[in-house]
Design a protein around this ligand. Structure first.
Ligand SMILES: [Fe+2]
Ligand SMILES: [Fe+2]
Length: 275
């Protein structure tokens, strides 16, 4: 039986600043028609849950409206950025921010098996951070790797692992940074993921590195203009559908939902301030 995962990402939801709620609900209506086996929301679920618990609460309530089986992963706007990300005015992750996220969305890492596959979700903001939970997550990833058996591995996380290659040296807030990236790949060892699916950049992009396909999910909410962010792929809102086949093959495709506008953050200075 093919397992169908719909990945939504970067929903940036808030009741107080509801700029992106309409897009979410329209895309949500399409998901309810599509009836996937699972929805994965890959982070930046909330507009500013790292600083406003009310945003975590309203973002969770809006996801619950979909009434679909859903797993969540945190983004930098939900519990703070990784501690090794260069400062850009955003709070770094700490234990209390993480506890609040877990209170509202459940575990920030998880895994489960379906025919032919193991699906692993991790908290990319723990990578490169000094919380006790970072070591616990690493131990969980190690267990996932050594018990993988013949299954293929699909890895979900908020941030892309890298731009072009695993050995690039740049330290940024956009990708998992070199030191924690090396550590993660070392812990995975021979269990290289066949699929890595992320969000964070608000662009849909596909690429292959070694035996791994990397898929960047679009945001359901907005894109960033080229003056603020390079163009890596498609700047359009939508979602991604992943199909995991029992024989270990897979495919992923971007889905644009008709009638859902691609908003630009430049038109919403009330969200995060003027660009
Ligand atoms: Fe985002
Ligand atoms: Fe993000």
């Amino acid at each position: 039986m093919t397992f169908r995962i719909v990945q939504i990402s970067d929903t940036h939801l808030s009741e107080a600043k509801p700029f992106f709620v309409d897009n979410f609900l329209r895309i949500g209506a399409a998901l309810r028609e599509s009836r996937p086996d699972l929805v994965v929301n890959s982070g930046d679920i909330s507009l500013d849950g790292a600083d406003e618990e009310a945003d975590l609460i309203s973002a969770r309530a809006l996801n619950d409206v979909l009434d679909l089986p859903t797993r969540f992963l945190p983004g930098n706007h939900d519990l703070g950025d990784a501690q090794d990300a260069p400062s850009h005015g955003e709070a770094p992750i700490d234990a209390s921010r993480r506890d609040l996220y877990v209170k509202h969305f459940g575990p920030d890492w998880w895994w489960f098996d379906v025919p032919g596959w193991r699906v692993l979700g991790i908290d990319s903001q723990l990578l490169g951070s000094d919380l006790a939970a970072a070591a616990e997550q690493e131990a969980a990833v190690a267990e996932v790797a050594v018990t993988l058996g013949q299954r293929r591995l699909a890895l979900f996380l908020h941030k892309p692992l890298f731009d072009q290659s695993a050995d690039e040296p740049a330290v940024t807030g956009r990708f998992v940074n070199p030191r924690p990236r090396r550590a993660l790949l070392a812990v995975l060892g021979g269990a290289a993921p066949s699929l890595v699916a992320c969000g964070h950049v608000h662009q849909y992009r596909t690429g292959i590195a070694g035996s791994t396909q990397h898929i960047w999910a679009a945001s359901t909410a907005f894109v960033l203009p080229d003056e603020l962010q390079p163009r890596y792929g498609l700047k359009e809102v939508g979602y991604v559908e992943h199909r995991l086949m029992p024989d270990g093959s897979h495919d992923s495709q971007f889905v644009h939902v008709p009638g859902v506008p691609t908003l630009s953050i430049a038109d919403f200075p009330g969200a995060y301030g003027p660009p």
